[in-house]
Ligand binder design. Structure first.
Ligand SMILES: Nc1ncnc2c1ncn2[C@@H]1O[C@H](COP(=O)(O)OP(=O)(O)OP(=O)(O)O)[C@@H](O)[C@H]1O
Ligand SMILES: [Mg+2]
Length: 246
């Protein structure tokens, strides 16, 4: 679904990403984890074409992403940016419906999708009429998720999409999203700080440090066979003994 090869990206001579090779398998969930500043958001932005690599290429469905094709390709990618990224002057509903209108999706189809996503995210019609500033952080995050899912994209790029949710809604959304991803065969690349969440969602975890991949594998592999002390330290710092149980 997605292949990164020979990726190099620096900001002000500081290496932000240095990834010789990374394959994101279709129809499974890959989790990006790692300390703050290790390059997780930069990686998602690069796949979405917001940041260009200094070197290397990103292949999406075998084709190289470039400035000519990125607008069309973006319609096949749902993206929730770390801060939500809703337009402040549009209601929640209009934020969600912006792209369906832009690509002239049949209004009935768009409305049906909106209704089922509103059910998933537990947002009601009154809340969807409000502007982002009139919603709570968790509600905004759920609107951003609805917006990312409304075109029914093959690939979802999710940058800490559940971070602002209270534990009960978060737990419920984790279960529902996981079953949606599986049922619809979505390819998901998700950033989370929560190793428990990573283990719950992720078929495959990619641990980054200072822009480089330190280790990839299942949560169990990272826990049981850390390939360097940093992996163990990262996992221990999270103190998440229930990962394997879930
Ligand atoms: N536009 C930019 N200009 C300069 N430096 C940048 C820019 N964007 C990101 N960086 C730097 O690149 C590095 C990686 O940033 P990135 O946002 O990808 O980290 P992250 O892993 O998402 O961190 P967090 O967990 O805190 O969200 C950081 O050191 C950051 O300061
Ligand atoms: Mg980030």
């Amino acid at each position: 679904m997605l292949t990164l090869s020979n990726i190099q990206k620096s900001f002000d001579n500081q290496v932000a990403l240095d990834i010789p090779h990374l394959n994101i398998t279709g129809q499974q969930t890959t989790i990006l984890i790692g300390p703050s500043g290790c390059g997780k958001s930069t990686l998602l932005k690069m796949i979405n074409g917001l940041i260009k690599p200094d070197q290397g290429e990103v292949l999406f469905k075998q084709g190289k992403i470039n400035t000519q094709n990125i607008n069309l390709l973006r319609r096949q990618m749902g993206y929730v940016i770390q801060e939500g990224g809703l337009f402040p002057h549009l209601s929640a509903r209009d934020n969600i419906m912006l792209m369906p209108r832009h690509i002239k999706l049949a209004p009935d189809t768009a409305e049906q999708r909106l209704q089922s996503l509103a059910e998933l995210t537990q947002l009601d019609a009154g809340q969807l009429k409000r502007f982002p500033s009139q919603l709570s952080g968790g509600q905004r995050q759920r609107v951003a998720l609805m917006r990312a899912l409304i075109l029914d994209p093959d690939l979802l790029l999710l940058d800490e999409p559940l971070g602002a949710l209270d534990p009960m809604i978060r737990f419920e959304m984790q279960s529902q999203l996981k079953s949606i991803f599986q049922k619809l065969g979505k390819t998901v690349l998700m950033v989370t700080h929560d190793l428990n969440e990573a283990g719950f969602f992720g078929d495959h975890l990619v641990l980054l440090r200072s822009g480089k991949i330190v280790q990839q594998g299942t949560a169990r592999q990272l826990i049981e066979n850390p390939n360097e002390p940093f992996v163990e330290q990262f996992i221990n710092a999270q103190r998440a003994p229930s990962i394997i149980a879930r």
